[in-house]
Design a protein around this ligand. Structure first.
Ligand code: PLP
Length: 344
């Protein structure tokens, strides 16, 4: 329409439309390939938050069970969610899940993330799917942190959330993968895009980059990040006796480290790192600019660490030198704190 209004040739409008469709199809195929799905199962969204909202609101299940350590974009979508607890390592309590599923015949949606954004702890999704399906429930898995870093049963959940900017794509694109058992009702209506599951013109540049990132991600880079994370963790623990890794005994993503200093609060630690040019985060509330106590540490029964735990994330551009520098800054902040405490 715009081309016609500007005096352009209507056939160029059709060509643009065809090109846009071809780019979308290509990205859909790439994202489907990343998770072993068929292209028709991919519903593009504006990101992980929207995909989580779509899954929880659009699943058609009145009963909702959510793990206590979910991202706020799952925890805050519905007021009627029943919490599934986690153990001290941050792993889902499968016995509690089974008990909750057995409480009623009402078909439920069980939402358990593939891996946690604060601790990196990987959840037992194969067992969750097996239990849930035995009780007629559907499973949604927020795989925003896991996709591109680890493979696993999360890809077989009925509904799976992905976000492009977590593995090299641009902000502004994500997807809900609607598996064979899943079905959703559109929440954004008024257009037939995305097979009618999500109305609104797609953000083509971000989606094309999503497809490109989906084709590139994984492989040796992820393994390398895991080795650097382990070295970083070892040197930080060695430098500060009493420092604790959240979920340290559980299987974790290779790029995530949640560590609590025995005496320094997370806010001080984040600022001290920032002054040295290194971004780390505290808890999960940094998106709002506030430092809140980590709900994840609290759910793990470690309220004592909830205000001291900081998260270090290694990205695709992180180098070994960055990790060495982070370990050095940690030691400097610790030494400074020890000196001022002794002086006081
Ligand atoms: N789920 C998890 C586990 C996340 O870590 C995030 C973002 O950090 C989201 C969902 C939200 O994704 P997006 O930023 O694409 O909306």
């Amino acid at each position: 329409m715009e081309a016609i209004a500007r005096g352009g040739n209507p056939s160029s409008v059709h060509r643009d439309g065809r090109r846009a469709r071809a780019l979308l199809d290509d990205a859909r195929e790439a994202v489907a390939g990343l998770v072993g799905a068929r292209p028709r199962q991919i519903v593009f969204t504006s990101g992980g938050t929207e995909a989580n909202n779509l899954a929880l609101r659009g699943c058609g299940r009145a009963r909702l069970l959510v793990s206590a350590v979910e991202h706020p974009s799952v925890l805050q979508v519905r007021d009627d969610g029943v919490t599934i607890p986690v153990d001290a390592d941050g792993c889902l309590d499968l016995v509690a899940l089974e008990r909750l599923l057995a409480e009623t015949d009402e078909p439920a949606l069980v939402s358990v993330m593939a891996a946690n954004n604060e601790t990196g702890v990987i959840q037992p999704i194969a067992e969750v799917i097996e239990l849930a399906h035995r009780h007629g429930a559907l499973v949604h898995s927020d795989a925003v942190q896991a996709a591109g870093k680890i493979t696993g049963a999360w890809a077989e959940a009925d509904l799976v959330t992905l976000s492009a900017h977590k593995f090299g794509g641009l902000q502004g694109a994500g997807a809900l993968v609607v598996g064979n058992g899943g079905a959703i009702t559109a929440q954004a209506r008024g257009g037939g895009q995305e097979l009618g599951y999500r109305a609104g013109t797609e953000a083509l540049p971000a989606i094309a980059a999503f497809g490109a990132a989906a084709r590139e991600v994984g492989g040796d880079d992820v393994e390398q990040l895991g080795l650097w994370r382990d070295t970083l963790e070892d040197s930080m623990k060695l430098a500060v006796p009493g420092a604790e890794v959240l979920g340290g005994k559980a299987g974790r993503l290779p790029n995530t480290l949640a560590l609590a200093h025995p005496a320094i609060d997370a806010e001080t630690m984040v600022m001290s790192f920032d002054l040295q040019g290194i971004s780390i985060s505290a808890g999960s509330a940094c998106s709002s600019g506030k430092m809140a106590a980590s709900h994840v540490a609290q759910a793990m029964g470690r309220s004592d660490l909830a205000r001291r735990a900081v998260r270090l994330s290694l990205g695709w551009s992180t180098t070994r030198a960055d990790c060495e520098r982070a370990a050095e800054v940690w030691s400097i902040v610790h030494a400074r704190h020890a000196n001022t405490s002794h002086a006081a």
